[in-house]
Design a protein around this ligand. Sequence first.
Ligand code: 5AD
Ligand code: SF4
Length: 471
Amino acid sequence: MKKPDMIEAKKRNKREVEYTQYTKKEDLFGKNKKYFVRTYGCQMNEHDSEKICGMLESVGYIKSESYEDADIVILNTCAIRENAHDKVFGFLGVLKHIKDTTNPNLLVGLCGCMAQEEVVVSNIINKYKYVDFVFGTHNLDNMLNIIKEKIDTSKNQIEVLSFEGDVVEGIPMHRDSIYSAWIDIQYGCDKFCTYCIVPYTRGAQRSRKKEDILSEVKDLKEKGYKEITLLGQNVNAYGKDLYDDYDLSNLLEDSAKIGIDRIRFVTSHPWDFTDNMVNIIAKYDNIMPYIHLPLQSGSNKVLKLMNRKYTKEEYIELYNKIRNKVKGCSITTDIIVGFPGETEEDFNETLEIAEQLKFDGAFTFAFSKRENTPAALMKETVSEEEKLDRLHKLNEVINKYSLESNNKMVDKIVKCLVIGESEKDSSKVCGYTENMKLVNIDGPHSIIGKIVNVKIEEAKSFSLDGKYIKD
Ligand code: 5AD
Ligand code: SF4
């Protein structure tokens, strides 16, 4: 048994990261069996789940639409806020009921960021004994061996490493979409924002080699993919751990030259965003004019407490630079309210900056204390009620400008990548504009997977309505 250790995880032990190749398993032990994977959290997790599905299928398992008739269920978890935990433990309860009643042979596994937390794993060992196996974010590539060991020995398997794993290439993947694909460019994070658990659950930053990334871009283009999203916790720091003179701007430019229709990247940290990056984004039509640029707070005092390494003035300067140079660019953000020490005045500064910058959209969060992070040791000064009140006030401002920015799109004819049927109306389809606005489109299902012209007819706070325009 290998359990997680957050103190160990905090150490950056300068271990030499190895770049290795995945070894395919020949034993088809999942033949005639069904699997179900539930994913919580960010796009990195969504993409990890594509690898989990790919590996399971490589030994014969077949995807099931429902956990009720699955032979194995895996929960790929998120640890970013406490409510992510609650959802996972709730679902584990449902699976226990299935094991107790209809399917005692069901295998239940837990992985992802929660698996890297000591408290969670201790809880599972002591109270959730029906969880058959646990593995962490650093040994995803070893998943099949862990499951096989459980099947062969009937013993529960806990295997979580507290040092960063190697960068493993060639893991089988079942991509969810045949039009739009995620590509990992970097794992982990070295920023240590004081509220954030990611540097502990995902470890030190490790960049993938540019050759591996670019050959994945080429391969996806050849397969007919229209869009790629370069993924990392802090993509703007890409390459820092690997190259002296190759960064995100070079990677974006090399990817753009391959000629895939749409390139996106997420998430950006303002600290590492260079002028060169802004210029490259502006230069290439196939690098999409959309940037997610987390602000976190509008108060310099709180930014400092958060260890964000920029001031609000520096953020505003970067924001304006992007707006001025990248034509039609939309910018969204993340903001946390109720950080320890955030006074009414600090919060008002956040409201002011939201009024001033008029974001296209924002994800807003109430501060949630994460075990072992520096902010967990700070005295909480904002009550839960006050946090909700601030969240409510902030959302009003955010939604006002989100609608305002959507309204500017009305009557325009814009390009949309149509990704599937509209969730709101099955007679319609839906897709994304270049600047990442969701559009419900009045048009035939035959345009799914294509980039088409759409006339925007109506704006709402979180989406647009439009009509397909034939070429
Ligand atoms: N509490 C609240 N929000 C958090 N985030 C990260 N950690 C916390 C926390 N402890 C938010 C940040 C980050 C986004 C992904 O989640 O805004 O950008
Ligand atoms: Fe967390 Fe900060 Fe790293 Fe983002 S940049 S993953 S918020 S530590």
